[in-house]
Design a protein around this ligand. Structure first.
Ligand SMILES: *Cc1c(COP(=O)(O)O)cnc(C)c1O
Length: 356
């Protein structure tokens, strides 16, 4: 028997969640965000389950080359564009679509020999101030791009900072985008998962869902299940030890948890080196034998401790669910002061993955 920690990836759930995205944005094409190793689920595994998407969004030429190598002919967008002019010939050869987000990249394109024209996305900074052109620069840069022989189709793009926050929303950024986009003749792409689900006015020609495809809600007060999504990753392990401790005895590094009464505790084969968040303190939800209980004390590198009070029949070998089916990753993330995006993408390479 090997170490019992397994990340189970439900490919049918991925396909289902893509269907939810398509149904929510029926007039848009779907550019599935599969960067960060498919949000921790495995790049090519996710692409296979999402092959009904209209395109894929990744960060690097290497990821895109892997997809092309597996035979995918979908449009592939490079969300951070090209990092160095050296990448452009390969980008053209693989027919990738880089995001152009700085003016100097236009000049670089114009002086690079390419085997054929490439389609690009021009990113406009409408308020997030991360990537993109100032709105006032768009008209001139667009004119230059259109006159650049290396450039084929142009799609206008922006990204929302607060689509998940109803108090702020997308209205201000959307207004800036519309003003900068001018005559409205070019295709546009604006919406991440939150905007796709909450603001139909952002759908445009392409939506760019990421997190919702993995069954996780982009909103703080709702889980994926609330939105009709199915969790894709279930992180499972087993108890590898069970102990009775006495009132006053402590658990784990730093002795941060001290028993208030005699109690049964279990040790789970999963720790922060597996991607479980170390900042998840005592009380983080966890399932043992399918029963909801809580973690105790600090998470160690390879193990964590659980309260077996609610699970009197637990024993060495009892199944444990860290997150996924029946335990939203959103809830575990909230206990650790983070978001489920971080939990999923931090899954460590040492964790065994099984597809279901
Ligand atoms: C990652 C990413 C997305 C997907 O965002 P989610 O919140 O996961 O839906 C969309 N657009 C861009 C530019 C991204 O980097």
């Amino acid at each position: 028997m090997s170490r019992p920690l397994i990340a189970r990836i439900d490919l049918a759930a991925l396909a289902h969640n893509l269907g939810v995205a398509k149904a929510a944005a029926p007039h848009s094409r779907v550019l599935a965000a599969i960067k960060a190793n498919g949000y921790g689920h495995g790049l090519t595994r996710v692409a296979r389950a999402l092959r009904a998407a209209d395109g894929f969004a990744v960060l690097s030429v290497e990821e895109a080359a892997q997809l092309r190598g597996e035979g995918y002919t979908h449009p592939i967008v490079l969300l951070e564009g090209f990092f160095h002019p050296d990448e452009l010939p390969e980008i053209a050869h693989l027919r990738l679509r880089p995001v152009i987000h700085r003016e100097d990249q236009v000049a670089t394109l114009a002086r690079t020999h390419l085997e054929h024209r490439i389609d690009v996305l021009l990113k406009i900074d409408t308020g997030m101030h991360r990537l993109g052109l100032r709105p006032a620069r768009v008209a001139e840069v667009l004119a230059t791009l259109r006159a650049t022989p290396q450039v084929g189709g142009i799609t206008l793009m922006t990204h929302f900072a607060c689509a998940d926050d109803p108090a702020i929303g997308v209205a201000a950024q959307l207004a800036v985008f519309r003003e900068a986009a001018g005559d409205g003749k070019l295709p546009i792409t604006l919406a991440n998962s939150a905007a796709l689900l909450r603001y139909p006015e952002t759908h445009g020609d392409w939506v760019r869902p990421g997190i919702m495809l993995y069954g996780v809600s982009p909103f703080a007060n709702q889980t994926g299940a609330d939105l009709g999504l199915l969790p894709v990753m279930t992180l499972e392990s087993r108890l590898i030890a069970v102990q009775r401790i006495r009132k006053g005895e402590a658990v784990g590094y730093g002795a941060t948890f001290v028993a208030e009464r005699d109690m049964s505790i279990g040790t789970v084969a999963c720790g922060y080196a597996d991607g479980y968040p170390r900042h998840a303190g005592t009380g983080t939800p966890i399932l043992v034998e399918g029963q909801l209980t809580r973690t105790l004390g600090r998470v160690s590198m390879d193990m964590l401790s659980v309260d077996l009070g609610p699970v009197p029949n637990a024993h060495v070998g009892s199944p444990v669910t860290l997150w996924g089916a029946n335990l939203p990753a959103e809830h575990v993330a909230a206990s650790a002061g983070t978001i489920a995006y971080e939990l999923l993408t931090a899954l460590a390479p040492r964790v065994r993955v099984e597809e279901t």
